[in-house]
Design a protein around this ligand. Structure first.
Ligand code: FAQ
Length: 324
């Protein structure tokens, strides 16, 4: 018999708080407040949905990539995004959410995906801009998530960040090639930057003053930096890269501020951001229609895989047949 009085055992909430205060990881077996679980399912599901919907804007360019090598690289990148979706849905499953249910919520318009993927890819340079800016923003946001308090999410982010950082460089390299090309190619790169700059800044979410979840998520160690802090990091990192490319950031107010050691920049149009988040962006309808169709057309694959897994499990549970 234990000589520890059960009434002295720390309450689950206290154990949870102690783990958070010690900057330790919360694992699926640990007790957690329901609001922590809900917040994580919401964020991880949105993140997973973004990865798989994010395959569409670049996927449109696979058949139109300018060379066989570019096509092979782009196919690998788009496939990586599918893989990121799978790691993230798996992380959400450790919280008791089922992948079917999360996809159902996405298809019913009850869960979100990143605003950025509701903009069109009009030229090949847009594929470069997505790699450079969108993956660049994703890394800025996701490197701190490798230290997220929830273990499975943090561990999924480690591999995702490695792959995103390769994606970012391939996007930069596409634009580097274009900016070193003809005046028309350079203009195409500039046009892509002009269209993707503000949507990329908006990826970090609303200003801190309008962010409903930041304060609590930061207290729980899910988010390590606020939306505005990450947006600033991204601008500070990206402006010198644009200079290397010889491209102009489409912001007349952009300037280096010696005192703060940061660039000052103009905010995205937040009205446009909320309209896109609410489904009124240039490609929202197209993205969702395609996603639902892909899901329906993939039903036979899911059924076949489930039947195959059941057959294998049944075979494994049979005693091994003796060889006559
Ligand atoms: N789009 O209170 P906050 C990628 C919503 S992956 C749409 O600040 P939070 C890889 C937010 O959900 C890109 N909605 O929220 C790739 C909330 O609404 P709710 C995705 C947004 O969660 C590259 C409301 O606004 N990355 O790019 C957006 O604390 C290339 C209030 O906002 C992740 O998901 C938005 N941009 O902070 C793939 C990273 N921003 O839920 C293919 C993980 C905010 O109450 C090609 N997520 N909202 O209805 C996060 O870090 C956070 O969730 C934030 C938002 C920072 C996105």
């Amino acid at each position: 018999m234990s000589d520890v009085d059960a009434t002295e055992a720390p309450a689950p909430q206290q154990e949870f708080d102690a783990l958070i205060d010690a900057d330790s990881r919360i694992e699926p077996r640990d007790w957690m407040p329901e609001a922590y679980r809900t917040t994580l399912v919401r964020q991880i599901a949105q993140h997973a949905h973004s990865e798989i919907i994010g395959m569409q804007p670049e996927g449109e360019w696979i058949t139109r990539a300018p060379s066989l090598q570019r096509k092979a690289i782009l196919m690998a990148k788009v496939q990586d995004e599918a893989g990121h979706g799978l790691y993230l849905y798996s992380a959400a499953e450790t919280l008791g959410a089922s992948r079917d249910e999360l996809l159902h919520l996405l298809h019913a318009g009850k869960q979100k995906y990143s605003s950025i993927f509701n903009y069109p890819t009009l030229s090949w340079a847009d594929v470069g801009a997505i790699g450079w800016l969108v993956d660049g923003a994703a890394i800025t946001n996701q490197v701190p998530l490798c230290r997220c308090s929830y273990g499975p999410y943090a561990r999924a982010m480690v591999r995702i960040c490695k792959e995103e950082s390769f994606h970012q460089r391939q996007g930069f390299e596409i634009l580097h090639t274009l900016t070193g090309g003809t005046p028309e190619q350079k203009a195409m790169a500039q046009d892509a930057l002009d269209r993707w700059w503000y949507p990329s800044l908006a990826m970090f979410g609303p200003p801190d003053s309008d962010s409903t979840h930041s304060e609590q998520s930061m207290r729980w160690g899910i988010k390590r930096f606020s939306n505005d802090e990450l947006r600033q990091k991204f601008v500070d990192m990206t402006v010198p890269q644009a200079e290397v490319l010889g491209l102009r950031i489409p912001d007349p107010a952009l300037r280096w501020d010696e005192d703060s050691g940061h660039y000052r920049f103009s905010e995205p149009d937040w009205e446009e951001f909320w309209a896109v988040v609410k489904g009124r962006g240039p490609c929202n309808e197209q993205r969702m229609t395609h996603r639902r169709r892909a899901h329906d057309e993939g039903a036979w694959v899911r059924e076949a895989a489930t039947a195959y897994a059941a057959k294998r499990a049944a075979a494994a549970s049979q005693p091994t047949a003796s060889v006559a």
